[in-house]
Ligand binder design. Structure first.
Ligand code: PEP
Ligand code: MN
Length: 289
């Protein structure tokens, strides 16, 4: 037994709130009027980075027309290196306003990343759900404050952490009073097996393990997990087929020109086609979408 494995003893003493008890039914997390739950498949879509008002509104409207149930958009962006050039910008509160405007226009709830514990109050004014990015998965002060806030949290798995650490991070949020946590698998760093340029490998089996050991909804991010446009739709279909409760996807009006992550974003037409395929698969599986 290695330390990355969750055990019955962990459920007793380390993750009593997050761990699934025998016969415990899965939790539903409500975000606005969207339900993340077993038996449903929620699609969250939008730009990786909010680049401006027009592109945010256009993308929100387009993903809603294609059938998305929530909108994403980043106003605070984590960067691997500290140099923000004119592409690697973040619009901060201005971007949050555009996100809120796209919510108003479409009626869809929105999710955005929170990077810093000092911004919780500001970000909470504009969003329905806070995304904790992979890099902040074990930012314990942030998890504690999000726990106290009660706002729904999308907790991404760090690309170097196993299930046990991921569930430990979720336990912090529940322990501090917030039961509204959705887990998100977004790819892990392992030696590449098929492609020199691949940054991450999507771990779909982790969806099964997370759903086995916890009662929380689990979604997948095929965009950040594959980092490659041509792989996004197939992995999105696989996520649905394997039993994930939803996906979060980068969609951009001109994907090749996206300020951040231009290699992975889907254009409107590709997204619309994918949504049609997902609805077909969901109907065969008798999953509500
Ligand atoms: C994102 O969703 O914009 C993001 C930065 O994802 P991750 O934290 O998974 O890298
Ligand atoms: Mn991104």
């Amino acid at each position: 037994m290695t330390s990355k494995d969750v055990t019955e003893a962990d459920i007793q003493s380390n993750i009593p709130l997050v761990g699934r008890k025998p016969d415990q039914i899965s939790t539903t997390v409500n975000v606005g009027d969207v339900e993340l739950s077993e038996g449903k498949f929620v699609v969250i879509a939008g730009p990786c980075t909010i680049e401006g008002r027009e592109m945010m509104l256009e993308t929100g409207t387009s993903v809603k027309e294609a059938g998305a149930s929530m909108i994403r958009g980043g106003a605070f962006k984590p960067l691997t290196f500290p140099y923000r050039n004119d592409k690697m910008f973040q619009l901060e509160e201005e971007g949050l306003k555009y996100l809120a405007e796209s919510k108003q226009k479409t009626g869809l709830p929105v999710v955005t990343e929170i990077l810093d514990v000092r911004d919780i109050e500001l970000v909470a004014q504009y969003t329905d759900m806070m995304q904790v990015g992979a890099r902040n998965m074990q930012n314990f002060p942030l998890l504690e404050e999000l726990g106290k806030s009660g706002i729904p949290v999308l907790l991404k798995r760090h690309f170097g952490c196993g299930l046990r650490d991921w569930l430990g991070a979720a336990e912090y949020i529940l322990y501090h009073g917030n039961p509204n946590v959705v887990l998100c698998e977004r790819g892990i760093t392992v030696p590449h097996t098929h492609q020199l340029t691949s940054r991450f490998i999507v771990d779909l089996e982790a969806v099964l393990a997370a759903k086995e050991w916890t009662h929380l909804p689990v979604i997948v991010d095929p965009s950040h997990a594959t980092f490659k446009r041509a792989y996004v739709a197939p992995v999105a279909r696989a996520a649905l087929a394997i039993g994930a409760d939803g996906i979060i996807l980068d969609v951009h009006p001109v994907p090749e020109q996206a300020a951040v992550d231009p290699l992975q974003a889907l254009g409107f037409e590709d997204f619309d086609n994918l949504m049609k395929q997902l609805r077909n698969i969901a109907s065969v599986m008798e999953i509500e979408m």
